[in-house]
Ligand binder design. Structure first.
Ligand SMILES: [Zn+2]
Ligand SMILES: [Zn+2]
Ligand SMILES: [Zn+2]
Length: 225
């Protein structure tokens, strides 16, 4: 099966009608190349506008974002580096991502603008093997903090919501100052939280206030344990 189709302007309109979730890439006529890529959704009004440019770019048309993603991967083009998504149709929001932060960002943008129709999604989500920055964490630190919590959340003080498969209270160990921001993987920088509080610490509007509280809690608890 061909991964994408190339058009001169003539049949494009029909393709666009038949592929509402399609993506169109304007790129070099000589070949799909990372030197010039502008992505559009097929519903975008402005992919045909060449502006003042004299060059007619070829249209590389993909049925959906997943297929495009795979093709770009094959070509060794990292979409994270592709900053040339059209800002009229906000195509970037529709491209699958692996990074949780990127995903949340796009989801929130979509929630603000609204979805036009139920998305098809992807029957076979691609395993992504590009590198995410992950930090090695010391299991002893996690275990120590969980022991210190004695089965209840160190923020809301409620009991852990359930026992895990090994029979231990289910709590999540959270870094008060995130490792990604230079936080240390040490007991003093960690608190054990129930899942609700943990999510709240990361995603709520109050997260900076919560972070301050958690810093105080973490420091205080560390003195006594
Ligand atoms: Zn566009
Ligand atoms: Zn809690
Ligand atoms: Zn956390």
């Amino acid at each position: 099966m061909e991964n994408f189709r190339i058009f001169d302007e003539s049949d494009l309109e029909e393709w666009v009608t038949n592929n509402p979730e399609g993506l169109i890439v304007n790129s070099n006529p000589s070949g799909f190349s990372s030197k010039y890529i502008v992505l559009h959704r097929s519903s975008c009004e402005s992919f045909s506008k060449t502006g003042r440019s004299q060059i007619t770019y070829s249209k590389y048309c993909f049925e959906n974002a997943h297929i495009l993603y795979l093709e770009l991967q094959t070509l060794g083009i990292d979409l994270k580096g592709v900053r040339m998504g059209c800002t009229t149709c906000h195509v970037n929001r529709f491209i699958p991502v692996q990074d949780k932060k990127d995903l949340d960002l796009k989801v929130n943008q979509l929630l603000k603008t609204g979805l036009q129709s139920k998305p098809k999604g992807n029957d076979k989500p691609q395993e992504s093997n590009s590198t995410i920055t992950a930090y090695l964490r010391d299991p002893q630190v996690v275990a120590w903090v969980k022991n210190r919590a004695k089965g209840s959340c160190e923020l809301c003080m409620k009991n852990a919501p359930f026992l895990n498969k090994d029979g231990f209270p289910y709590l999540e160990v959270h870094h008060v100052k995130p490792l990604s921001e230079g936080g240390k993987d040490v007991v003093k920088n960690c608190v054990a939280l129930c899942p609700n509080c943990h999510r709240e610490a990361h995603y709520s509007q109050e997260s900076s206030t919560i972070a301050q509280r958690l810093a105080r809690i973490g420091a205080k608890l560390d003195k006594f344990a």
